[in-house]
Design a protein around this ligand. Structure first.
Ligand SMILES: *[C@@H]1O[C@H](CO)[C@@H](O)[C@H](O)[C@H]1NC(C)=O
Ligand SMILES: *[C@@H]1O[C@H](CO)[C@@H](O)[C@H](O)[C@H]1NC(C)=O
Length: 188
């Protein structure tokens, strides 16, 4: 009996501790995951090409804001661009569509060309059509491979974590248009 009590005391204090931790907060509860898929159980690798069109009559990336010193900055520091680009299976823009990266890139580096990327990668074709992942990260022109975190997702990618690695495939210095190869690893 005494032994049983000794066993029960730590159990009881664990309950008390749990209650004192959760109760005063009052705004959150732990709930049961509505379905098993909430536990990350697979790593999905997605490969595509990201077409960034800044030139011509129908650009898919447009600068919407600049700072007072942006025009005299060699790196375009302070430029904010809004983007609705195209993602395709192959490097050719006419190859099969995978999705659309919708978001913004902001020039945030005063010394070298560098961007803050804030994007929803919206998948529009195939088994992930309608699902999205959110990409947020540092895209520095000084790096050959730019690595950016995947900080969440929706649909098939609900509660996703992961990372994207981006490498310039073609950059046209005259027009400013670029094709960037992406390898995205999503744990979901
Ligand atoms: C910067 O350049 C743009 C495009 O040439 C121009 O429209 C804008 O007025 C300039 N801004 C400043 C603050 O000089
Ligand atoms: C680069 O862009 C310029 C200006 O739009 C265009 O004339 C040229 O054909 C492009 N080069 C390539 C290799 O696509």
């Amino acid at each position: 009996m005494a032994r049983l009590l000794l066993l029960l005391i730590p159990l009881f204090s664990a309950f008390v501790l749990a209650a004192t931790i959760t109760e005063p907060e009052g705004y959150s509860t732990t709930v049961k995951a509505p379905y098993q898929e909430h536990k990350p159980k697979k790593l999905t690798h997605i490969h595509f090409y990201f077409h960034d069109i800044v030139s011509g009559d129908n650009p898919t990336a447009v600068p919407v804001a600049r700072g007072p010193t942006t025009n005299s900055s060699a790196t375009g520091f302070g430029t904010v661009s809004v983007v609705d680009d195209l993602l395709t299976v192959g490097p050719d823009i006419t190859s099969q569509e995978v999705g659309r990266p919708q978001g913004m890139y902001t020039s945030t580096d005063k010394k070298q060309v560098g961007l803050l990327m804030t994007f929803n990668l919206v998948f529009t074709k195939g088994k992930f059509a309608g699902s999205t992942v959110s990409l947020y990260g540092w895209n520095s022109a000084t790096l050959k491979v730019k690595e950016m975190p995947i900080i969440g997702g929706t649909g098939a990618f609900r509660l996703a974590r992961g990372y994207a690695q981006a490498k310039t495939f073609v950059f046209n210095a005259t027009s400013g248009d670029a094709v960037v190869e992406y390898n995205v690893y999503i744990w979901h």
